[in-house]
Design a protein around this ligand. Structure first.
Ligand code: HEC
Ligand code: HEC
Ligand code: HEC
Ligand code: HEC
Ligand code: HEC
Length: 213
């Protein structure tokens, strides 16, 4: 009997199976990686701000505590951006003259806040609370990166659910021995975590309703 299929058919069939399998694995895999990558999460992106405010100068050189400008971080869910009057005590002379400080003058004249561009954000269906983290000795820099070295603030962490839950499963690996709100932060600052977790009675909060209420 004559062969139904050409001898090459076998090769073609095998190639087709391999290609189909590759599609099934590669496309979802690529989407999965993309959704967690910087392009989708906004990680590392910097934005033009109304005034080129420099954290390194104010935080490192002048040693201003983070909480002077982000006062809510310790007491409320929001860290908050600084009220315009926080800039005035040190910048009164430049406020009167320089073009750089025009947004500060406008804000003082109109009573409207300086339109700082938000960098770090989680979706509305996620509940986040700064004060709970400050109380548990999670340093600002553990989540926001070395802000004190950033000429322009960028989002240092991916802010995906995995990122939050990874720490919530083992918080003792991430608690910092430096005071929350101080400028410096080194990896070695999170080495005494187990002891801190015991001292502050830090729980492992992984149930869905902690972050989705
Ligand atoms: C504790 C004092 C202090 C506070 C508070 C403060 N600054 Fe400054 N800032 C300084 C000093 C000192 C300098 C460096 C000297 C200078 O250029 O005036 C500086 C420099 C700057 C510069 C660069 C100025 C230039 O001429 O290049 C900008 C912009 C600036 N600050 C914005 C702000 C804003 C906005 C706020 C409020 C959110 C603020 N600062 C709060 C002390 C302060
Ligand atoms: C003198 C005031 C001042 C101090 C001190 C200060 N900041 Fe800021 N911070 C600002 C201003 C103004 C902005 C908004 C402009 C910008 O993004 O640069 C800001 C923005 C930020 C943002 C981005 C907010 C967002 O939208 O996601 C983070 C994170 C941040 N600061 C963390 C810190 C940390 C951590 C410290 C201490 C190590 C600190 N800041 C100290 C004034 C301050
Ligand atoms: C556990 C991680 C974590 C820690 C610790 C943390 N932040 Fe945040 N921060 C976030 C997240 C997530 C957001 C976005 C919140 C949102 O969208 O509501 C944010 C937002 C901000 C903002 C933007 C304004 C706002 O309130 O939403 C500022 C400023 C800020 N953080 C400063 C700080 C400072 C200063 C500290 C330390 C005292 C700190 N953060 C500690 C995760 C953290
Ligand atoms: C670096 C570690 C770390 C990261 C990252 C982190 N958390 Fe937390 N979170 C903690 C610790 C520690 C506590 C306090 C546990 C306790 O109170 O015993 C906490 C507490 C909370 C609470 C308060 C729960 C309550 O009812 O008291 C909420 C809400 C929360 N986290 C949401 C988030 C979200 C949302 C993210 C991601 C955007 C996040 N956390 C990222 C460590 C972290
Ligand atoms: C520690 C905080 C935290 C806990 C606990 C948590 N989530 Fe989330 N969840 C988040 C954050 C943050 C996002 C937003 C992620 C993003 O925008 O990429 C999210 C997003 C989601 C989404 C939207 C789809 C997605 O992946 O972006 C779903 C659905 C979800 N969570 C379900 C759950 C369920 C079910 C649980 C319990 C098993 C849970 N979450 C526990 C922080 C948390």
């Amino acid at each position: 009997m004559a062969q139904l299929f050409a001898p090459r058919a076998d090769v073609i069939l095998r190639a087709a199976i391999v290609a189909a399998a590759a599609l099934v694995i590669v496309i979802p895999g690529a989407l999965w990686a993309w959704a967690r990558g910087p392009a989708a999460t906004g990680q590392y992106q910097v934005y033009r701000q109304p005034i080129p405010f420099a954290h390194p100068l104010h935080v490192n050189a002048l040693k201003i505590d983070c909480r002077y400008c982000h006062a809510g971080a310790e007491r409320t869910s929001m860290a908050g951006l600084p009220p315009t009057k926080a800039c005035v005590p040190c910048h009164w002379e430049s406020l009167v003259q320089s073009a750089l400080f025009a947004p500060v003058r406008d804000s003082l004249a109109t009573g409207r806040p300086i339109p700082w561009r938000r960098v770090t954000r989680v979706p509305d269906f996620v509940f986040f609370d700064h004060s709970a983290h400050a109380r548990a000795a999670v340093a600002c820099q553990t989540c926001h990166g070395p802000v004190d070295l950033m000429p322009e603030v960028y989002q240092a962490a991916p802010l995906t659910m995995e990122w939050c839950v990874d720490c919530h499963r083992e918080p003792e690996r991430h608690l910092a021995t430096i005071a929350v709100g101080s400028s410096g932060w080194r990896r070695s600052d999170i080495e005494g975590g187990a002891e801190l977790a015991a001292r502050y009675d830090v729980r492992r909060l992984t149930s869905c309703t902690i972050c989705h209420r």
